[in-house]
Design a protein around this ligand. Structure first.
Ligand code: AMP
Ligand code: MG
Length: 401
């Protein structure tokens, strides 16, 4: 077993984990399947967008020099519609072409008068205001052919999928979704829906972690929870490491007699770090089992969520070469005292209210790390640096949930 760094900062922990990133595979998908995926290469536009000069308004295409005084009457010589196949339409002095939004600009025209500023009378049109050379969308003004429209690592949001289509792609290369195993551990755990006996609680972490994995666009594989037994854990670790790209455990990583995840990793796995200066969530470990990366998350429900957000998410982000998901951090003024610590980054659960003064943060629930209600009813997590006061009135950083 390698030497185990002990009680390191979050930054150090992330850096250690980054030394063994996941290996990433790519695949082609159709645009219909691309939502939420990560783009695997830079994407160059195959076309100019727009591909031709066209009108931004319904109205009349005119010559600017004919129409810089109002009123002016012109004769209407043709109509240009969107998808017009006739590219021979042109105007000369004293002429106008009726034009629809998106339709090609006739040759000779260099201004558009919106329909609202015109009076039409048979084959002539009177412009009630002088034209300006505007309302024309020029060829390539959005993006030029051959220019990178989306960078490798982009998160494919609805708007970036529209961008792919605009650039002419029907298939795009994306990073393959990761299979992420989730193993909860503990003798006391029962599945929701079953009847609890004395001493038992409902297993909740694997469901929350599964949701976090899905929110990042990957595939959670939720294994049945494992009792506190080295042999059972070993069997489950073997299965997860052969079926998944990475796996997460919850529970069993503290100092106790029954913290078998830590014990098994110490004796038979490879631990890169254990214990991070993070509150809640201080005993997480990261290492490898049969070469497969694994994060051992603490069992307390709030802690397992916090550690996923603070450690697993940055690890996946860096491994996949993406900045998604961006940590959304706001500044907020504290309406209640929030207890900080001297040595840890402290993440308390707060609700937020948006006011003219900015965000106001309140801590309405007790902050036990077993209290999932404090997390499910919160809007954000405080990012209190070691030693920061956390007193009422202080402006602090809050990570949005
Ligand atoms: P551990 O880290 O195993 O000592 O667990 C710490 C606390 O978290 C204990 O109170 C456990 O009962 C609780 N816990 C552990 N795993 C889970 C789980 N999967 N769902 C809900 N609570 C859990
Ligand atoms: Mg346990």
């Amino acid at each position: 077993m390698s030497e185990t760094p002990y009680y390191i900062s979050l930054k150090e922990a992330i850096n250690i984990a980054h030394k063994s990133p996941l290996s990433i595979e790519t695949e082609q998908v159709s645009l219909d399947e691309a939502h939420g995926r990560i783009l695997a290469t830079d994407l160059f536009s195959k076309v100019n967008d727009p591909p031709f000069d066209n009108s931004a308004m319904d109205g009349f295409a005119v010559r600017f020099e004919d129409t810089n005084e109002a009123p002016t009457t012109l004769s209407v010589v043709a109509t240009s519609q969107a998808a017009a196949s006739d590219d021979t339409i042109s105007i000369s002095t004293g002429e106008a072409v009726q034009i629809m939004t998106g339709a090609p600009l006739p040759k000779g025209a260099d201004a558009i008068i919106p329909i609202e500023a015109c009076t039409v009378d048979g084959d002539s049109v009177t412009l009630n205001q002088p034209s300006k050379p505007n309302f024309i969308r020029r060829c390539g003004e959005n993006i030029k052919q051959g220019v990178v429209g989306l960078k490798e690592g982009s998160h494919l949001s609805p708007q970036s999928i529209s961008m792919c289509a605009t650039m002419g792609y029907d298939q795009i290369p994306v990073v393959k979704k990761l299979k992420i195993g989730i193993i909860s551990t503990g003798d006391e755990l029962k599945s929701p829906g079953e009847t609890l006996s004395f001493g038992e609680i409902y297993e909740s972490n694997s469901y929350g972690l599964s949701g976090l994995v899905k929110a990042l666009g990957h595939i959670p594989i939720r294994y049945p929870s494992v009792v506190d037994s080295i042999d059972d854990l070993r069997r489950q670790f073997d299965q997860a490491s052969s079926e998944c790209d990475i796996f997460l455990t919850s529970g069993g990583v503290s100092m106790g007699e029954w913290d078998f995840v830590r014990k098994l990793m110490e004796e038979e796995g490879n631990i890169a770090f254990w214990r991070v200066r993070l509150r809640p969530g201080s005993p997480p470990l990261f290492g490898h089992w049969n070469e497969t990366p694994m994060f051992g998350l603490p069992g307390n429900p709030v802690s397992s969520h916090v550690v996923f957000r603070m450690l697993v998410t940055p690890y996946l982000r860096r491994s996949l070469g993406t900045s998604f998901p961006i940590d959304r951090i706001v500044h907020a003024k504290l309406l209640t005292d929030v207890r900080s610590t001297n040595d840890c980054l402290t993440l308390r659960r707060v609700t937020l209210r948006s006011t003219r003064e900015g965000f106001l943060a309140e801590q309405p629930k007790h902050q036990g790390s077993g209290n999932i209600d404090s997390l499910s009813s919160a809007d954000g997590l405080t990012l209190l640096q070691p030693g920061q006061s956390g007193k009422t009135g202080e402006w602090i950083e809050v990570l949005l949930l």
